[in-house]
Design a binder for this molecule. Sequence first.
Ligand code: SAM
Length: 237
Amino acid sequence: MRDNLFNHQTDIADFRFDKEVVEVFDDMVRRSVPGYDSMIQMIGLIARIYGQDNSNYYDLGSSTGAISLSIALNNKSTNNQFFAIDNSEEMIRQCKKNLRNKVDNLQAICEDINQIKIQNASIVVLNLTLQFIDVSLRSGLIKKIYDGLNPGGILIISEKIHFEDQMTQNQITKLHMDFKKENGYSELEIANKRQAIENVLITETKETHLKRLHDCGFNETSCFFQCLNFVSFLSVK
Ligand SMILES: C[S@@+](CC[C@H](N)C(=O)[O-])C[C@H]1O[C@@H](n2cnc3c(N)ncnc32)[C@H](O)[C@@H]1O
């Protein structure tokens, strides 16, 4: 369904992943995140390399299940358990619907990713999810993931970022707005969405992400994707 949630002038409440958003999510994310489909495709290809037999795969903040599906379609390993976790009941309902008969051994669970246990993992993905986690909880979450990964296992993080340098920040923000306009969003929709999301989606710089990953134990991190202010990191344990 086409996203037109923000095309009228109303009081803007903080953004939530509720029923209305779930209905338009797939359209919203594709028209808002440059390179979203490439991210999904690349994560599948990377998972194909790093997946381990008899291990768990975690899609944290799974939304409608695009990452779980990409990993499952590329999976060359055997005897894996898939966990798609999201704290929005509506998202989990849609995720289950989308992945029914497509992903074997899937548990789609409505839970806070800060509360779950990560164990015997070879693949953990936070695709556009960490940015919605309270900044004070981010290091604890990454450390928990590190501890739950098997040696040779990976964490993939995709995030919207910002830039310290103001000129770069302004230039990239303008290009991101142009991208959204090109995809059919009006200036009003862009402004309303920004207002709704600004207290909810907290960006950090690339350097902050890299430092946190290192401090949590990941010695090896590469950036395998960047388009404007969206990046994806691959960290290997
Ligand atoms: C932008 S979406 C993620 C997109 C998805 N990974 C994909 O690639 O299509 C962010 C998701 O994180 C979920 N989320 C936010 N905070 C969470 C938390 N503490 N625990 C679990 N899920 C959370 C939201 O409900 C939302 O579905």
